[in-house]
Write a protein that binds this ligand. Sequence first.
Ligand SMILES: Nc1ncnc2c1ncn2[C@@H]1O[C@H](COP(=O)(O)OP(=O)(O)OP(=O)(O)O)[C@@H](O)[C@H]1O
Ligand SMILES: [Mg+2]
Length: 486
Amino acid sequence: MRLAAKLVSVLVLGVILIVAVEAYISIERDTTVLHDIMEDDADQLGATLKVLVEDIWNQIGQQRAWDVVEDGGHEGSVVDVRLVWLDAQRGDRDAPRASAETLRMIRGSDPKSVRERDAAGHGFQFTYALLDVDSERPVALEISRPLDASDSFRRKTISRAWVVAILLTIVSGIAVVVLGMAFIARPLSRLVEKTRRVGTGDLSGPIDLKLHDEMGELATALNEMCEHLAQVRERLLAETEARLTAMEQLRHADRLTTVGRLAAGMAHELGTPLNVVSARADMICEETGQSSVENSAQIVKNQIDKMTKIVRQLLDFARQQGPHKSRQDLTVLIVQTVEVVASLAKKQNVEICTECLEEPLFIEVDGGQIQQVLTNVIVNAIQSMQQAGTVRVRLQRTAARPPDTADATTVSCARIDVRDEGPGISHQHLEQIFDPFFTTKDVGQGTGLGLSIAYGIVRDHEGWIEVECEPGVGTCFSIFLPDTKP
Ligand SMILES: Nc1ncnc2c1ncn2[C@@H]1O[C@H](COP(=O)(O)OP(=O)(O)OP(=O)(O)O)[C@@H](O)[C@H]1O
Ligand SMILES: [Mg+2]
């Protein structure tokens, strides 16, 4: 059964019960009051008539007393007064109308009232007053009065109680249905619908019941639960995504390791034959005087040199040996590197401008490796400039926080910025520039290993590289080297 119907039933039963109890109490009380009044009246009348009839009986005679009482009644009167022989047989004309049992209770001279119902259900009040007269047989004055008034009062009160009960039932039923719909049924159905949605995983759309009762509290609790669940789900999604990314990176790193191993093997295998070919090309150049052969041999040698350089870079990339650190002045390392690449810069019409600290900046690094990093980054900067311009190399001391680690603390480090005026790096390429063999240069122009080697070396020094670029304006590579104590 629906909740509203249950409430209506309980309320209606309650109303009927209350009305019935109230009707019963009021009927009993009012009937008692009515009977008391009727009894008092009859007793009063009995006492008065008793004295009168006794006088007539004693002074004039029995027959006169009998006649006076019989003539005293009038048509339409509800009260009937008679003289009766108490010992007369039931059915006799002058026998009392009350039952023998009732008559046995009549003692003494005071009038006595009793109530009885006949076989047809009609009720009567009988009042008997014993006469103190000169007679051998017991004689009494009988005043009888029907209980119609009190019966009709009872019936009316019961009917009124029914009407009140029915009206109250209708009114309270309507009220319960209307209020039940507004405050229980509708909010409940919205709560149920929301709960079903939550069950299917839809946590959106909080419900606002605009109620300040238990329903409202339930809705608020449900909304809070959904919010909490949504946060947990978001966190889980983020964690899953991070895990997937980490797995992807691991797979990528795994691939790189394989490539590194392959490269190392290949470089090792190619190294010896290349040395032999290079030496033989040298010999041809030295031994033959013919210029065309010498020229061809020179070309072979140049190409071999290129291949040797690639192989060396591959070996550097694949070699997994740690840096041999010592205290180095970074200013000196920068100056030396700039000197090495100066000729290339000049060829490209690029000026290299260094902004170093006035005092030396000593730090624990592998000098050779850091020079290699600087060379790779500065050469990239020079090569990116298609026209004359300036590459700025700046050294400074700073405090920075390593990226990609949420709980990392700020560390003191040396920062080397290499800023060029090239075209910048596209967003798509930016994610790949540290990948080995990624290059945008023409075939034969670049191996795509420069930055991946630089990345590996800087990471071995517990540092990191950040890239900032603005398309059309330039790129800035920042190398962070923590000031680690030996
Ligand atoms: N300063 C820069 N400006 C614009 N693009 C750059 C810059 N530095 C690097 N790049 C991009 O990153 C790619 C990878 O650089 P990386 O040094 O690893 O290889 P490479 O320079 O192509 O080859 P290699 O260094 O072996 O000669 C480059 O091909 C280029 O597209
Ligand atoms: Mg390069």
